[in-house]
Design a protein around this ligand. Structure first.
Ligand code: ZN
Length: 299
């Protein structure tokens, strides 16, 4: 198997400015001719949201790629239409002309360099393992099929290609570019391209036989008042503690009246996207994951 066509995507969420800036940086600094085994291109996915410095105009573009939505022409918001265009340009989903997509995102949560994996095929796992070798502070957050829908489909832009993943970088405010975060995004992207070039040439690449992943279990909502409004904040004890074990009895919220809310889960989960700004409108405070190891080689 050879990866022949790679697209690096930025601006899927218009106020996550690291992605679009990275695209310009890569265009400027990375000679596409450095790579002889694949075709590399760059794609700004939500230009209108980026121009307006908002996450999206009508709908979340990164939840707009379910098969049933791509074929539903009654859905005609800006992002629903944009998803159909992107499906034509980069896809089509299930029979994609693009072999591998890296979609660059950023988060207000303390998630370092997170590989958001929606397809745990062996190639993706080996690539993720290689990146853990090359770059510090890399985590793999695996979202199994069906986490967002009742069938095995995924709504993410990344699901247009079989290989690749979203890169989530943080903590960084929306609308901001930070040098340190940008360098991490740049290094992670180049490590990814380096792996593919070596692999395509049949050269040896370093990866472990198994990889530690944080598998999505569920989201946790903020406490709400009787009008359905958020009436608590994330407790300081768990702020920035992404990927750290969350013990039973740990303080997770402080309510307006000063009372703390404790974690009642019996299992020790590992929270991610703690206090992500973009999820307040959905009342989501954080997500819980289960730490596990997956084999990167076929049995
Ligand atoms: Zn994003």
């Amino acid at each position: 198997m050879k990866i022949q066509k790679i697209v690096i995507v930025g601006g899927t969420h218009g106020n996550e400015c690291t992605g679009p800036y990275l695209l310009n940086l890569l265009k400027d600094r990375v000679a596409v001719s450095n790579y002889s085994t694949f075709e590399l291109s760059f794609f700004l996915s939500n230009p209108k949201a980026y121009e307006n410095n908002v996450r999206f105009v009508d709908d979340d573009l990164n939840r707009s790629f379910l098969n049933e939505d791509l074929s539903n022409y009654a859905l005609d918001s800006y992002e629903a239409n944009r998803a159909k265009v992107i499906n034509q340009v980069l896809g089509p989903k299930e029979n994609s002309k693009t072999d591998l997509i890296i979609d660059i995102h950023s988060t207000t949560a303390n998630m370092g360099v997170s590989i958001i994996l929606v397809n745990d095929n062996v190639f993706n796992l080996q690539l993720a393992s290689y990146m853990k070798f090359k770059i510090p502070n890399v985590f793999v957050y695996y979202i199994p099929p069906g986490a967002y829908t009742s069938n095995n489909d995924h709504p993410f832009l990344n699901s247009l290609a079989k290989y690749g993943f979203a890169l989530e970088l943080g903590p960084i405010p929306n609308g901001v570019v930070r040098h340190d975060i940008l360098v991490q995004a740049y290094d992670a992207t180049l490590a990814c391209l380096e792996f593919i070039e070596k692999k395509n040439k049949g050269l040896d690449v370093n990866f472990e036989d198994e990889i530690e992943v944080y598998e999505h279990v569920k989201t946790v909502e903020f406490p709400l008042d009787s009008d359905g409004k958020i009436n608590a904040i994330i407790h300081k004890n768990i702020q920035d503690m992404d990927y750290k074990p969350l013990e039973k009895g740990a303080l997770i919220f402080e309510k307006l009246d000063g009372k703390a809310v404790v974690n009642h889960e019996d299992e020790i989960f590992f929270p991610v996207f703690i206090n992500e700004a973009a999820y307040y409108y959905k009342n989501i405070a954080f997500s819980l994951t289960r730490k596990k190891k997956i084999k990167t080689v076929k049995e």
